[in-house]
Every structure is written in structure tokens, then in C-alpha cells.
Design a protein around this ligand. Structure first.
Ligand code: GLA
Length: 400
């Protein structure tokens, strides 16, 4: 069965109800920010390369209200094992040179704290807020960036700041929040698409120049099926930073700023100087993936979904064999999808070691893919059929 996706209005209403229960008050600010699925261009963002995600209709919403004093109180509707659902912390003093916020308390709150600490402009005022979300947590659909970007958008509403801050700078501030407060050295893709997504479009992002091109992606004949493996292997964090370091080492050996500047001749060179096998294959993935991504963007423009799908499947192979960030569950989901007639391509999406796959499939075949996976996959998958949706935004809040 394909999961039903709640509308933004429904989520906001649920969040408002929770706010009334928790704070015995009416919220007057409401915002949302989407999760994303990356169609192609994996582990290329921190190599200055290209990525092509789309924003999802799965979103994180925040509703809240400005308060006097110095305390922020946030409540999440999620049930985290062994974690408080509500936390209160003090804002830094307006005169503070460094805006440090205590990282104690529940882990989910560090994303909010990180964004407050990195918010561009005056320190936001105290507030109460409720966080509610339909983005599956830790599922590789960027639940953390959705929370960061929702927080930034919420603070913008709260402060009604007159300073014009570019979306790029906002995305960079959210990325910094994740680096400093969650300790994840992520690239820029997730925060960028969560701000910049547009309904009916994929976004080709040049992660070196932080520029992007919207590519129309709405065709009745094909759909994007996301399958959540519902597994998350512990390796995720440590392996992510070790891949980043291996890429930097390859670039250094090649005397290049980043692997964005490398090509297949450089792979031959690395081999000729007896570079370790792992470093060579990591570099090969990044170089070939950047090429696949720009080609996929062309194919999407031409609505050549067959070729686009082939590139997705090649991307998976490269992530599995060269970058080694897949896992048996993701490989099985990709194989099971590809068994079905009408599937154009399938691959893991996001950081890897669990999370989701993304499959491009003719609309009339999507149920067959779901059935095939349900019959043969060893775990408990969740399915979402998703259209490219819009980026973060405030929502008018009628209750002032
Ligand atoms: C995670 C990171 C992104 C990106 C992907 C892999 O989602 O947050 O910046 O590096 O992994 O493509």
C-alpha cells in the first residue's frame, strides 16, 4: 500500500491543536519546509559537483508565537525513544559576540538551536513553538534539513527582519547549523532544495557556484516512487565523513581544488602513481556521477525518460561498487524494482547505508512495483508516490 501524504493544511492544523494543548494559547506564525528526494548526483555536492533533487510533499511544519523574556520552548509531536518531547533553553544575549547555545537536552532540538545560533541578523526573540512533520526521520529524505529550513523560515516570520538575506546565505547558515550543532559535515544540497524547490520541477544545482536551473518535471505518464527500506545502519555518520576525506585526498593527489575539476584521465594518473584502490574508486564514482547528472538534466529537458532512468540505475551501481555506500536492503529494493516491466530506473537516494530508494516508473506500472517489493523484500517497506513540490514558505495564520 502506498502511504497517504497529509496536506500542508492538515499538518498545520494538527500542529496548531498541539500548540493549544501544550501552551494554552493560539499560535500566530506558521511555516513549512519540505524534505527532498535526490533524483541523481549522489555524494557530489561536497565535491563542488552537480546534484538534481526535487522537493517533496513531505514537509516539516512549525507553528508558534513570539514571547517576551529570553526563553525558547519547543515541543515536537514525534515520539523519540528516550527523549523529551519538550525543551526550554535560553537565547544568547543580544550583545553576545559568539551566539553559542547549550547543546544539552533532546537531540532533535540541536537543529533548532543551530539555526538560531547561525541566523543572519538580530538574535530572534523568545518564542514557543510546535514542530510537526510528515518527513520520515532518518530515512534519507532530509528530515534534518527540512527542520533547519523550517526553523529559519519561522525565525524570518518572527523577526520580520528588514535585512535582505539571499536564499544562498540562508541555506549556508542552515548547513553550518548542521555542521556545528549536529556534527554532520553535510554538503549544501538538502538545505538548498528545501528553500528553492518548485512545484512540477526538479532542480539542477551547481554546488560550486551555488546556482541552479529549474527543469520541468511533471508528466502524467511517469511517476517517482520512493521506497523506504526502514533500515538505518549505524555506519551512516562515520562513513560519510570518511568518504569526504577520501575525496579530498584524491583531489589533493591530483593537485585540484576538488574532484569537480577531475576527469577520467586523472583516474589513470592516480592508478599510475599506485594510489590506494579505495581512493581511486571513490574518485571514479564522483567523476562519473557528475557527468551522469549533467547528462540526466539534458535528458529530463528532452523528456527522454528512458535514458534518464538508465542513468539512475548506473548511478546506483557506482554507489554500490565504487563508493560503497549502499547496503543489502537498498540493493534488494533496486533489484526488485528493476524486475518489473515499466520501470525506467532505480537507485538509492541520500547518504546511503539505509533509507530510501527512488524509482522512475511508468504510471500504469507503479502498483506492480509495490506488489513485487511487498512480496519479496525481507523488511517492512513504506512507499510514497511523490510529485515535485514547492520549497519552504510561510503560511497565513488566521488566528492572530
Ligand atoms: C546527505 C547530505 C547531502 C549529500 C548526500 C549525498 O544527504 O546531507 O549533503 O552529501 O548525503 O549525496
Amino acid at each position: 500500500m502506498v502511504a497517504e501524504i497529509k496536506s500542508i493544511d492538515q499538518l498545520i492544523n494538527e500542529a496548531k491543536t498541539a500548540f493549544r494543548q501544550q501552551f494554552k494559547d493560539e499560535p500566530n506564525v506558521a511555516v513549512y519546509a519540505p524534505g527532498r528526494v535526490n533524483l541523481i548526483g549522489e555524494h557530489t555536492d561536497y565535491n563542488d559537483g552537480f546534484v538534481m533533487p526535487m522537493a517533496l510533499p513531505l514537509v516539516t511544519v512549525i507553528v508558534g508565537k513570539k514571547m517576551t523574556g529570553n526563553d525558547v520552548t519547543i515541543y515536537t509531536t514525534f515520539d523519540f525513544e528516550n527523549e523529551e518531547k519538550q525543551t526550554t533553553f535560553e537565547l544568547p544575549q543580544p550583545t553576545a559576540l559568539i551566539r553559542a547555545i547549550n547543546k544539552d537536552g533532546p537531540k532533535w532540538a540541536v537543529y533548532v538551536k543551530g539555526v538560531i545560533a547561525n541566523y543572519i541578523g538580530n538574535i530572534p526573540s523568545a518564542f514557543n513553538a510546535v514542530i510537526h512533520s510528515s518527513v520520515p526521520l532518518g530515512g534519507g529524505l532530509s528530515s534534518s534539513a527540512a527542520l533547519e529550513v523550517a526553523t529559519y523560515t519561522f525565525l524570518d516570520q518572527l523577526t520580520s527582519s528588514k535585512t535582505k538575506v539571499s536564499v544562498n546565505d540562508k541555506a549556508l547558515a542552515c548547513q553550518k547549523a548542521e555542521h556545528e550543532y549536529a556534527g554532520v559535515p553535510c554538503g549544501i544540497m538538502d538545505q538548498f532544495i528545501s528553500f528553492m524547490g518548485k512545484e512540477g520541477h526538479a532542480l539542477l544545482i551547481d554546488c560550486r557556484h551555488l546556482t541552479s536551473i529549474l527543469i520541468p518535471f511533471s508528466d502524467q505518464n511517469v511517476v517517482i516512487l520512493i521506497t523506504n527500506s526502514n533500515v538505518k545502519h549505524e555506519l551512516t555518520g562515520s562513513e560519510y565523513s570518511s568518504r569526504r576525506k577520501q575525496c579530498e585526498e584524491a583531489a589533493m593527489l591530483l593537485k585540484k581544488v576538488s574532484l569537480r575539476d577531475a576527469n577520467m584521465d586523472d583516474i589513470k594518473y592516480l592508478e599510475s602513481i599506485n594510489t590506494g584502490k579505495e581512493i581511486v574508486s571513490r574518485a571514479r564514482h564522483v567523476i562519473t556521477e557528475i557527468t551522469r547528472t549533467t547528462l540526466a538534466a539534458e535528458m529530463l529537458k528532452q523528456r527522454n525518460f528512458c535514458k534518464f532512468g538508465e542513468l539512475m540505475t548506473e548511478s546506483h551501481k557506482s554507489l554500490r561498487l565504487d563508493y560503497e555506500v549502499s547496503c543489502p536492503e537498498l540493493d534488494q529494493l533496486v533489484d526488485l524494482a528493476l524486475e518489473v516491466d515499466g520501470v525506467l530506473g532505480s537507485r538509492m537516494t541520500g547518504g546511503g547505508f539505509g533509507g530510501c530508494t527512488v524509482t522512475l516508473v511508468y504510471s500504469q506500472s507503479v502498483q506492480k512495483v509495490v506488489d513485487n517489493i511487498k512480496n519479496k523484500y525481507k523488511g517492512q517497506p513504506t512507499f510514497y508516490v511523490c510529485k515535485a513540490s514547492s520549497g519552504a514558505s510561510a503560511v497565513p495564520c488566521s488566528c492572530k
